[in-house]
Design a protein around this ligand. Sequence first.
Ligand code: ATP
Length: 284
Amino acid sequence: MKVFEKAPAKINLSLDVLRKREDGYHEVEMVMTMVDLADRIEMQELPRDTIIISSQAGYIPLDEKNLAFQAAKLIKDRYDVKQGVYIHLDKKIPVAAGLAGGSSDAAATLRGLNRLWKLNIPAEELQRLGAELGSDVPFCVTGGTAVARGRGEKLEPIDSPPQCWVVLAKPPINVSTSEIYGKLRAAAIQHHPSTERIVEAIVHKRFDLLCASLGNVLEEVTLDLYPEVRQLKECMIRLGADGVLMSGSGPTVFGLVSKEAKVPRIYNGLRGFCKDVYAVRLLT
Ligand code: ATP
């Protein structure tokens, strides 16, 4: 038997860091949502007790470092599953981009294996398992739009944002999330985004307020380290996107655009800057 799952990319409409915790994690407050750019995960039963990963993408690990492998191993061990699984990852989300591609693959693997092996694990338990794999995985298990607190695992689902176009552009650099968090001085952050305002904009479907309230404290670090990300942001603003922000720890920058007629100019203008450019809709 075979099952398929979509693993969509996430974007941060806001990312705030409240403090560094004693356990080394950062206490965050983020508003996250998903866009219609997704990996496709195929999971097929194997009679042998083994986990095999393959992908058309040449640049991700295919061993126990792969987050989909880790998700499969976790669920197999925890529920004492004796069958094996062959997992194929059709990657569409750029890697190390700030779009949680690996986390979403892990979440989709948890959902898919729950179905394949008929385990009937409730969503909250899948989220708890996901938290063992990474801070963004619990959100990716259920998707939608949510405020995430703690280290990302405490989720409060909220309404969908007003529908719009999302133009995503990733410059040709890879950014390590742990390096960016490592360089952040949480106590010295100058401008914290207002989670309350973002939520208000979403709940009342106020696109202008949403665009004006976007904020990500990690931009302070990434934009200084990688000037091309700053240039990309400026370029997207010049081209006419209504609201522009870096997602996660970067380097992907996204622009929210309400009028479809504006999208081709922004898309084509960015293609002169980098090759990874996507024009997609929010997953609402
Ligand atoms: P986050 O914002 O959650 O840190 P990201 O979008 O910046 O994620 P990913 O695409 O998840 O980054 O990749 C981060 C690292 O994880 C890469 O170094 C990659 O090699 C590794 N990785 C492990 N499994 C996967 C996977 N299934 N897909 C992509 N990358 C993976």
